[in-house]
Design a protein around this ligand. Structure first.
Ligand SMILES: Nc1nc2c(ncn2[C@@H]2O[C@H](COP(=O)(O)OP(=O)(O)OP(=O)(O)O)[C@@H](O)[C@H]2O)c(=O)[nH]1
Ligand SMILES: [Zn+2]
Length: 362
């Protein structure tokens, strides 16, 4: 029946419920659970969850490591929620903001055995909603009845989890002429994924020959650097230098990928910045928040390039990982064009960390 939402559409609904703090019902073959994003759970909702059973807190193995909690589920841990704790306790476990001033005291009790697939789906949804990767959950037996009574979204996790890991098809929605300072012969394209995720933009300069390697940049969104002139990173100068070089050569493709903060979202990037003010470096800050070093999906960039008819690029980057990911996806990188601009006294430690820990080329 075409009127019913597809699996992609159900995932998009669940993601937006999660973002608002509305409980989502996650169903697997082994059982079902209600999940609420940890950073959004209100005292009333926590009390309602307690009326349904014994809630627990799902966090990533990265966050568990900082808390010295056991992650028996491999990539995540299900922590018991003591019956006397409130939402401030949940906030303090999920959010590292006060780790140094008010360290969380364990020992934490992690669940062992049983099926963690619903917790895994809850964390994947929280990440895709660009929230802290943590969810308050409660296992339930009468999931469908609860969902019907309270009008909650029900997501079947066995098909949903692999679907979320797949690359969503991207639709080339529109393009129009936008004369730029770097080149008056420029067009901006909008690509929209069919899973309700972020749109991505492409600046096409001139009319690049599809039969030859194109001068290309895969630029990840950075509100602070690209728009505000932040000195904490090198993004703004890199964006401008890339466009300028494409303008000078008369042709190029700049993909503006809306994967802010290396894919963790803007609020989490600001949380990472706040941790950096406490002395952690860019990679440590991501880990303390519960994320991997880099949560971006470069398959999106390769898919857009292919959709636009490009199969080979001269890639403007200092990041060897971007080159490897393009090659994996069948985009030939015939040349790496270095993009060393915008170093200053505020970002030198950040750039050095990227070189030391993430393999960026100097
Ligand atoms: N999580 C996090 N993201 C950051 C931080 N500083 C900058 N970013 C983000 O890092 C990304 C940088 O993107 P790019 O410049 O395209 O990528 P890159 O990996 O630096 O590689 P090249 O610039 O191509 O050499 C942007 O999404 C920024 O928002 C930080 O301290 N933490
Ligand atoms: Zn930046």
């Amino acid at each position: 029946m075409s009127l019913a939402p597809s699996l992609s559409e159900m995932i998009a609904r669940a993601r937006s419920d999660m973002r608002m703090g509305v409980p989502v019902v996650l169903r697997s073959g082994a059982g079902a659970a209600l999940a609420v994003a940890a950073e959004d759970v209100s005292p009333e909702r926590l009390s309602d969850l307690r009326n349904l059973g014994t809630p627990y807190l799902a966090i990533t193995a990265r966050r568990a490591e900082t808390l010295s909690a056991r992650a028996y589920d491999g990539d995540l841990a299900r922590l018991a929620l003591p019956s006397d704790v409130d939402v401030d306790w949940i906030e303090a476990v999920a959010n590292p903001a006060d780790d140094l001033t008010h360290p969380m005291k364990g020992p934490f009790q992690s669940a062992r055995g049983g099926d963690a697939i619903c917790a895994r789906a809850a964390i994947a949804l929280a990440k895709s909603a660009r929230l802290l990767p943590a969810a308050v959950m409660v296992d339930v037996t009468n999931a469908l009845e609860i969902a019907a009574t309270h009008g909650l979204t029900v997501l079947p996790v066995e098909p949903a989890l692999p679907h979320m890991a797949d690359l969503a098809p991207l639709q080339d929605v529109i393009h129009a002429r936008v004369p730029l300072v770097a080149s008056e012969k420029s067009r901006v394209h909008v690509f929209r994924p069919d899973d309700g995720g972020e749109e991505h933009f492409v600046v096409e300069i001139g009319r690049p020959d599809r039969a030859k390697p194109v001068l290309a940049r895969l630029h990840s969104a950075c509100f602070t650097g690209d728009l505000m002139g932040s000195l904490k990173c090198d993004c703004g100068p890199q964006l401008n230098a890339a466009l300028t070089q494409m303008g000078e050569e008369g042709a190029g493709i700049l993909l503006y990928l809306n994967q802010e903060g290396r894919g963790i979202g803007h609020a989490n990037k600001m949380r990472a910045y706040s941790l950096q003010d406490q002395g952690f470096d860019t990679v440590e800050a991501n880990h303390r928040l519960g994320f991997e070093d880099d949560e971006r999906d470069f398959r999106i960039g390769a898919a857009i390039l292919k959709e636009m008819g490009f199969s080979a690029v001269r890639l403007l980057t200092n990041n060897p990982n971007k080159i490897a990911r393009m090659e994996d996806q069948g985009i030939k990188v015939t040349e790496r064009v270095p993009l060393k601009v915008g170093e200053n006294r505020y970002n030198e430690a950040y750039l050095a960390t990227k070189a030391r820990k993430s393999g960026h080329l100097l």
